[in-house]
Ligand binder design. Structure first.
Ligand code: 3PG
Length: 213
């Protein structure tokens, strides 16, 4: 049984998922509007700040067209509170037994993280055919993903960590990459300055990478 069916249309709809670290919850809605205006409608808000759950809630209720997910989900408690806040998908950097168990009852689809062949196989056995590959660059990047495709061609990845405008197209060209994730489209200084037009422009450029898929 595939546990990635409901996730597939979400991650297939965009070439890039912005990985957002938000300090100020008031920035959530204008930021999400700028990303959606630029075409990047799938947005990952990382649970690395106290603002994250409020941000997810605000985007889910106030930004039509946005598909907001929770990232950096490390525990069952975070999974449950993210879904309750309105997250439409969940991303984890890696996986442990507790998370895998909690994921079985999750009301929203999960993209669990893996970085080795063993981790990929463990998630595959649990039914996850779409996985986050993290941290993509430090773990081996494009050659590593190419090597995984030979024995594990059924698994598609969203590589994240070290992806930017300069290398995203090369990742997207791989047969086992479904989209990429990254923070380069949502720079901290642009968020802090409320420079939404810059973020919309970065989103537009990232959306143009669809051609690389
Ligand atoms: C993640 O949380 O998925 C990554 O840390 C984002 O990595 P980046 O900042 O290198 O894009």
């Amino acid at each position: 049984m595939s546990r990635s069916e409901a996730l597939d249309p979400i991650v297939s709809s965009v070439p890039v998922i912005p990985v957002v670290v938000l300090e100020d919850p008031a920035a959530a809605v204008p930021l999400a509007r700028a990303l959606v205006a630029g075409g990047l409608s799938v947005i990952e808000i990382t649970l690395r700040t106290g603002a994250a759950l409020h941000a997810i809630e605000a985007i889910a209720s106030e930004v039509p067209g946005a598909i907001v997910g929770a990232g950096t989900v490390l525990s069952k408690g975070q999974l449950v509170s993210s879904a309750r806040a309105g997250a439409q998908f969940i991303v984890t950097p890696g996986t442990n037994d507790d998370l895998l168990k909690a994921a079985e009852d999750s009301p929203v689809p999960i993209m669990p993280g893996a970085a080795t062949a063993t981790e990929v196989m463990t998630l595959m056995d649990a039914g996850y055919t779409i996985q986050k590959f993290f941290p993509a660059g430090p773990a081996g990047g494009i050659p590593y993903l190419k090597a995984l495709a030979a024995p594990l061609p059924a698994i598609r990845f969203c590589p994240t960590g070290g992806i930017d405008a300069g290398n995203a197209a090369d990742y997207l060209a791989l047969s086992n990459v479904i989209c990429v994730g990254g923070s380069w489209v949502v720079p901290a200084d642009a968020i802090a300055a409320g420079d939404w037009s810059r973020i919309e422009g970065l989103a537009r450029q990232a959306m143009a990478l669809k051609g690389a898929l």
